[in-house]
Design a binder for this molecule. Structure first.
Ligand code: NOJ
Length: 552
């Protein structure tokens, strides 16, 4: 296996609008990021991933890009971006950008020219005539964000495809000119000095020829015709050629991905197309259909996903490790417990970060931010949850759907970062663009910094631990007690060392017995979320959300 630099780093994700406001307009910006570079450095991470910073009408908060080679005026400008980039590099921190090229904003100049058939933009998007003399959309596909996946455009007199919101028309990657544009965008940022990209829904960019009707399911009908499409590997290889000219890394986002298919993209060697891939399988232990339909949390389901990816990629490809990002509600509120915020936060951190792969930490995760609950659904901003609410209201009824919307909205992860217990949680001196979680007096970075036993300080310790112990990077993985509904137990082995990770996902006391071949009294407890260490026989009774890591 190659020893690439992206394998032993830890990445910190910034969703800029809610990170830190430097100019008092209530919106997070690059001045705010600059002011927090030392905080990020102090956390111990080695790389920042910026969710989109580009000019955008914000129909999907930056994932609808109007100008790929610029910075949104709300966040600053190119000069300020360069200052942040240099500031990060001076601190030994790399920077990767979000590359959103499955679609653009409808306000992107390319789209405006395409709808007017101005060359060379005429075929930059996926335009079709309607069926039945133009009255019906070209096929039955549904968008993930807003009803049908086709929108009729009066100017051009044709429908355009949008797999996400109406304001996010899909680019036509079958057009070589579009692919040239993508490569130019990559070079623009790489030449400026950025270190790679997170590639948004990159497995969606090749659509099946003829755009046939899809299997009728709510919200995403047609997806079998655009996920891992016919030319995807060809196109990604072209983009890889650009990346290869730089010392950069690319991580692709891939909803509905399985490890078998992922290997076609990320197996190391000549034909590799992406360095890493974000899949969603471990994020679906309490939901189906991308978060909205909730089912009771199943630890077994979560463990199966982690274990399958660890085993299947072993020796062939590299895992990404994450439990939060801007698309998922906060993990403590989902797989942990708000009542045991610090304990469960530490347990979850160790659980995923001690596996093999590159860990990602999402802003606010390190201080244990939790979900928000707003009284009125109109107060939410997320286009995704609004659509789901409308689709599923007919099936589940209004009341249940209101509840589902609250617990599943991406807005849970997008509330401003809570820096202090002071006004507006120290996020802004102005009026925050979105609601601040009312728990900010209790949950904030300042408080976490001053408490040696805080979650933040545990994250720092864990990040250091990863760096100091090769076993985390290189060790083999094996799961124990696969059928336990409360405990996740795995070992890592490397050379003559063994590391046993024990995580309880319940507040109940569970009897843990060390697996065969282990003598707990001979192990050294190297990490844990409780101070004292009671051992009883060759095991112990777990305390709420207890986690222990032993080295042998
Ligand atoms: C995935 C992004 O993470 C999400 O935030 C966005 O809405 C969709 N892709 C569409 O770009």
């Amino acid at each position: 296996m190659d020893n690439k630099w992206y394998k032993d780093i830890c990445v910190y994700q910034i969703w800029p609008r809610s990170f830190c406001d430097g100019n008092g307009d209530g919106i997070g910006d690059l001045e705010g990021v600059y002011s927090k570079l030392d905080y990020i450095k102090d956390l111990g991470v080695d790389c920042i991933w910026f969710s989109p910073l580009y000019p955008s009408p914000n129909a999907d908060f930056g994932y609808d890009i109007a100008d790929y080679k610029n910075i949104h005026p709300e966040y600053g400008d190119l000069e300020l971006f360069k200052k942040v980039l240099d500031g990060a590099h001076e601190r030994g921190i790399k920077v990767i950008m979000d590359l959103v090229v499955n679609h653009t904003s409808d306000e992107c100049d390319w789209f405006q020219k395409s709808r007017r058939r101005i060359e060379p933009y005429t075929d930059y998007y996926i335009w079709r005539k309607g069926r039945d003399g133009g009255k019906k959309p070209p096929n039955n596909w549904l968008s993930m964000f807003e009803g049908g996946a086709w929108e009729y455009d009066e100017v051009r007199g044709e429908y355009y495809l949008h797999v996400f919101a109406k304001k996010q028309p899909d680019l036509n990657h079958d057009n070589p000119k579009v692919r040239e544009e993508v490569k130019e965008i990559m070079k623009f940022w790489l030449d400026m000095g950025v270190d790679g990209f997170r590639e948004d829904v990159i497995t969606f960019i090749s659509k099946k020829e003829g755009l046939p009707n899809g299997f009728p399911i709510p919200s995403a009908c047609g997806m079998e015709h655009y996920i891992n499409g016919p030319h995807i590997h060809e196109y990604l290889k072209e983009y890889r050629e650009v990346a290869k000219q730089y010392d950069c890394f690319c991580v692709g986002e891939a909803p509905m991905m399985t490890p078998e298919t992922a290997l076609k993209y990320i197996t190391e060697g000549e034909n590799q197309e992406l360095d890493l891939m974000f899949h969603f399988q471990h994020m679906e232990a309490d939901c189906i259909m991308m978060d909205f339909i909730h089912v009771p949390f199943s630890l077994i389901r979560m463990k199966k996903a982690f274990t399958r990816w660890q085993n299947m990629l072993k020796g062939k490809a590299w895992n990404t490790l994450y439990i939060e990002n801007h698309d998922h509600p906060r993990i403590i509120s989902r797989y942990g417990s708000e009542a045991y915020r610090t304990e469960s936060g530490k347990m979850l951190a160790a659980m995923y970060m001690l596996q093999q792969g590159t860990p990602f930490i999402y802003q606010g995760q390190e201080i244990g931010m939790t979900n928000i609950s707003l009284p009125d659904l109109d107060m939410y901003e997320d286009v995704f949850v609004k659509n789901n609410y409308n689709v599923f209201k007919k099936i589940f009824g209004k009341k249940r759907c209101e509840h589902l919307a609250r617990i599943s909205t991406r807005d849970n992860a997008r509330t401003p970062v809570q820096w202090t217990g002071g006004e507006n949680a120290g996020f802004t001196t102005g009026k925050p663009w979105f609601y601040i979680n009312p728990n900010y007096k209790e949950v904030n970075a300042e408080k976490e910094m001053s408490d040696p036993h805080s979650l933040l300080n545990f994250y720092k310790k864990l990040i250091r631990f990863r760096k100091e112990n090769e076993i985390v990077l290189k060790g083999d993985y094996k799961e124990y007690y696969e059928n336990s509904k409360n405990l996740y137990v795995y070992e890592r082995t490397y050379n003559n060392q063994r590391m046993l990770v024990i995580c309880s996902f319940t507040e109940k006391g569970v009897a843990f017995e060390a697996p065969k071949g282990y003598d707990l009294s001979k192990g050294v407890k190297v990490l844990g979320n409780y101070e004292s260490e009671h051992i009883c026989g060759n095991g112990f009774k777990t305390r709420p959300y207890e986690m222990r890591v032993y080295m042998f």
